[in-house]
Design a binder for this molecule. Structure first.
Ligand SMILES: NC(=O)c1ccc[n+]([C@@H]2O[C@H](COP(=O)([O-])OP(=O)(O)OC[C@H]3O[C@@H](n4cnc5c(N)ncnc54)[C@H](OP(=O)(O)O)[C@@H]3O)[C@@H](O)[C@H]2O)c1
Length: 276
């Protein structure tokens, strides 16, 4: 029987742009009410008015996911605004283009705080509330295709994404008894602010385009949003948006020397990328 999305409530972090904003709009089209979370309130309000124009309710929460009280604050806001939540998409995140040894301790910790610990904290707290209220639900994290293969100068980012995939896999089976679905989302290069933010944070002139980011593999955030909505109706452990990259990831696991050869070429290319 097809799952019913109408009148469900979803929390989306990183909803002010890119994949989060597109997913919020796509969910609203399915009849879902939205709690929209990010730091830039003006952009959140724009997404909220799109959601309302689609006939659904939207509640904006301006919050930094790296703040220790983030998870509790957002879940409480959802309960206060709508009296429930059913879906949580922990999507806020960013990348940096920097070799691992060049990153400062602070940069390493902050990236794990935002990309991994914040999404982990939100899903853990949401799971406890959903189990307590016997409501079932759907929890998702925005990982990446690079959860399956690390890349030079994107290695720490890939580590945060692999960590997300790992906990989603375990949580999926730990929470099945409570009727809670868990999934990791694995986009390939998506046309969002991601690479500009990454370049700015890294102090490089322009973010170098990694191998999976060539035009052939580039997708719109709407394409990712469509795959996420499809997962709400037909739950699965991993949401992929490119069969080619998924196949390549499987091949790299089976034959790591192929990945080594690809990355050796990439590393030599990156070594000539100037830093500011
Ligand atoms: N674009 C890609 O090629 C790609 C590929 C694979 C996976 N992903 C993943 O997709 C997710 C979304 O990225 P995107 O591509 O949509 O990039 P984006 O357009 O830069 O969106 C990132 C979102 O995260 C929010 N965010 C970042 N740091 C935050 C913080 N400390 N607190 C609250 N919100 C924060 C930003 O909002 P504010 O700045 O308003 O706070 C923004 O809404 C990320 O997890 C990323 O790793 C992206």
């Amino acid at each position: 029987m097809r799952r019913v999305m109408k009148d469900k409530v979803a929390i989306v972090t990183g909803a002010s742009s890119g994949i989060g904003a597109a997913t919020a709009r796509a969910m609203a089209r399915e009849g879902i009410d939205l709690v929209l979370v990010a730091r830039r309130g003006d952009l959140l309000e724009e997404v909220a008015s799109d959601v309302r124009a689609l006939g659904r309710r939207a509640h904006v929460v301006i919050d930094d996911v790296a703040d220790g009280a983030h998870a509790r604050r957002v879940l409480d806001e959802a309960m206060r605004a709508f009296g429930r939540f059913d879906i949580v998409f922990a999507n806020a995140g960013y990348g940096m283009e920097r070799t691992i040894h060049e990153m400062t301790d602070d940069e390493v910790r902050t990236m794990f705080e935002v990309n991994f610990f914040a999404s982990l904290g939100l899903l853990r707290a949401a799971a406890v509330d959903l189990i307590r209220d016997r409501r079932g639900g759907h929890l998702l994290m925005c990982s990446s295709c690079v959860s399956k293969f690390s890349l030079p100068r994107h290695g720490l980012y890939a580590a945060t994404k692999a960590a997300q995939e790992s906990v989603c896999r375990a949580m999926r089976f730990e929470l099945a008894h409570a009727g809670i679905e868990v999934a990791s989302v694995h986009p390939v290069t998506t046309t969002t602010e991601f690479y500009q933010v990454s370049a700015k944070r890294s102090g490089v002139r322009q973010a170098a385009v990694p191998p999976h980011a060539r035009p052939f593999f580039t997708q719109s955030p709407e394409r990712v949003a469509k795959a996420i909505v499809s997962c709400l109706y037909s739950p699965r452990s991993e949401v992929w948006t490119s069969a080619t990259v998924r196949f390549s990831a499987a091949l790299f696991t089976l034959c790591p020397w192929i990945l080594d050869a690809v990355l050796r070429r990439e590393a030599s290319r990156y070594s000539s990328t100037p830093s500011l």
